[in-house]
Write a protein that binds this ligand. Structure first.
Ligand code: ARG
Length: 571
């Protein structure tokens, strides 16, 4: 039960009765209803100014007409002030309604079935083989992972795809370097870093001996031709990269349904190129083939090089067709940094020009850059931060804090992992995704700010209250005790959770949930510090406050789950 929704439904009914055929629907009203900053102006308010145009009546008149008809169990009274309809809720009824709704669906409050029978593909993380996983990959990985959970929560079938970057001439060079200077055990033990070292060595040597470049190209040709030795080394490079990366995915709790990357589409591009050709979309340009997009204010998209080689976008075209046929997606999201805006605009436009209107379900979910302690990352300047190192450092720091604050906590290692990783993930998903982020330790791990540890700590606080309550035999709750402003603010925040989840999904914006959950934790703490939860002289009131705590705990936990952050029960 979402309070605002209930009120909106009620007003819609009244409007239909007052102004026949006015067509004012619940959704419109949801957009218009406000929450007054001052509780004296009601728990909700409907400004009627915008309505006066469509209904051809003065705003005061509309407010008065609606006020006369409006009546439901949740509403205590209404007031008409200026052009506003101010609505005061029957607080104890409302408290009972919200709490019971949350507790009747443990872990599922806020979920829906709007996605039933629909499929969404999510392309995220999409790492490059033989490159180390650095913090620039955190956002794609976590936004994608969170969106997958959010869509799941709304009934969609989800397909998580790690579109591996496993194609390109650099792999020929790497094999060449490996054959010359590498050895099996070094790569097996050194992992991706050993491959990177080989690649660096290749370039250093090629400066002195340009013939190496040709050798590198020859090895890539072998990969293209499916040569047995080249393929065996190449597959092994992939395996080593994925094994290295898996450690990070395990820390983050991230999974995929498919690892079909660029190489997978090698034998699937011909039909796409043929169709482009057939539809007259390919133009010769200096021996290469391009799709002209100047009518759409974009540079031409290069689809085939003059030597016949395919490109990143050719593979993405083939991947789009494959996903369309294989998964019959309703939506296909690409969680990729905004630097690739043009690439995706070109990709979608080409599919549009080919006449495939399923491209409308495709969306580039872009995000900003990450810097570290005030400095932009740069491989060239050697300023890189590897994700695994960052996570391990966060765990170590969390461990120190726990050691200091709660030395007697059982399974400190496990909690340190949950808190350390949670702090990093939360930090990443806290701001609008298109904003650049500057990672700062003192902001990520602060137990008092708007941080993961703060929210997790509040969750653990709720759990501790509930553990104490378990030992008591409590009667039926008396919700009349939840009429104060702090309880009201907390209940309203809880009741807005379903709407927040829907908005987060519609905008592909997990940060809406992060911020909602933070505000919920703040509202609970405010309540907790101003009210005594356990009061032996008032068991029925205690039962109500305990149930409020349970509802808050549940919604915080669900919110954290949806952004991919764990919620320890003790901290
Ligand atoms: N591997 C690419 C990169 O690191 C991202 C791939 C994104 N997905 C896609 N279908 N293009 O830049």
């Amino acid at each position: 039960m979402d309070m605002k929704q209930k009120i909106a439904e009620n007003i819609a009914q009244c409007a239909a009765a007052c102004y026949e055929g006015c067509g004012l629907c619940c959704e419109d009203l949801m957009q218009m209803i406000e929450i007054p900053p001052d509780k004296k102006l009601g728990d909700f308010a409907l400004p009627c100014f915008r309505l006066s145009k469509t209904l051809r009546k003065a705003p005061q008149m509309i407010a008065a007409n609606l006020a006369e008809k409006l009546c439901c169990v949740e509403i205590e009274r209404v007031e008409v002030v200026g052009g506003y309809l101010n609505i005061f809720l029957k607080r104890s009824n409302m408290a009972a309604g919200i709490i019971e709704a949350v507790l009747s669906k443990p872990g599922r409050w806020g979920s829906s079935n709007v996605g039933e029978g629909k499929t969404v593909c999510l392309d995220y993380s999409s790492i490059n083989i033989a490159k180390r996983f650095h913090i620039g990959h955190l956002s794609t990985t976590m936004i994608g992972h969170s969106l997958k959970r959010i869509y799941d929560f709304n009934g969609y079938t989800t397909v998580g795809i790690n579109h591996l970057g496993d194609w390109g001439t650099q792999f020929g060079k790497m094999i060449c370097a490996y054959k010359k200077w590498g050895n099996h055990d070094e790569v097996e033990q050194g992992g991706v870093q050993a491959m990177v070292d080989l690649y660096v060595k290749f370039h250093a040597e090629a400066e002195k001996d340009p013939a190496l470049e040709d050798e590198g190209r020859a090895w890539f040709k072998k990969i293209e031709d499916g040569d047995e030795e080249a393929m065996a080394i190449f597959s092994w490079f992939k395996e080593v990269t994925l094994k290295d990366t898996q450690r990070v995915y395990d820390l983050l709790g991230v999974e995929f349904d498919s690892y079909n990357g660029e190489a997978f589409y090698n034998d699937k591009m011909d039909p796409v190129v043929a169709e482009l050709e057939e539809k007259g979309l390919l133009v010769e340009s200096q021996g290469a083939k391009v799709v002209m997009l100047e009518d759409y204010n974009m540079p031409p998209a290069l689809v085939l090089r003059s030597d016949g080689a395919t490109l990143y976008i050719t593979r993405d075209l083939a991947a789009a067709f494959y996903r369309h046929h294989e998964y019959k997606f309703d939506k296909c999201l690409y969680v990729v940094a905004y630097q690739q805006n043009l690439h995706f605009k070109q990709l979608f436009k080409i599919l549009d020009l080919m006449g495939h209107d399923w491209h409308k379900g495709m969306e580039h979910v872009s995000f900003g850059m990450v810097s570290y302690e005030g400095r932009a990352l740069s491989t060239r300047e050697g300023y890189v931060v590897y994700l695994e190192d960052l996570l391990n450092k966060a765990i170590e720091k969390a461990r120190e804090i726990i050691e200091e604050k709660s030395p007697n906590l059982p399974n400190k290692d496990e909690v340190a992992r949950q808190v350390g990783v949670g702090a990093v993930v939360y930090f990443d998903l806290h701001n609008d995704r298109n904003k650049d982020i500057d990672f700062r330790w003192e902001r990520a791990l602060n137990f008092d700010g708007e941080t993961g540890p703060y929210v997790q700590y509040t969750h653990a606080r709720c759990c501790s209250v509930l553990r104490k309550a378990e030992a008591m035999a409590l009667p039926e709750p008396d919700y009349d005790v939840l009429c104060d402003d702090e309880a009201m603010a907390l209940l309203m925040q809880i009741s807005r959770f379903p709407e927040t989840v829907r908005k987060a999904m519609d905008a592909n914006e997990p940060s809406l949930i992060t911020r909602h959950t933070t505000q919920l934790a703040q509202a609970y703490n405010k309540y907790y510090f101003e009210h005594r939860i356990m009061d032996e002289s008032d068991p029925a009131g205690t039962a109500a406050r305990v149930n409020l705590t349970k509802a808050a705990r549940d919604v915080i936990r669900t919110g954290l789950y949806l952004i991919g952050v764990e919620a320890p029960e003790r901290m």
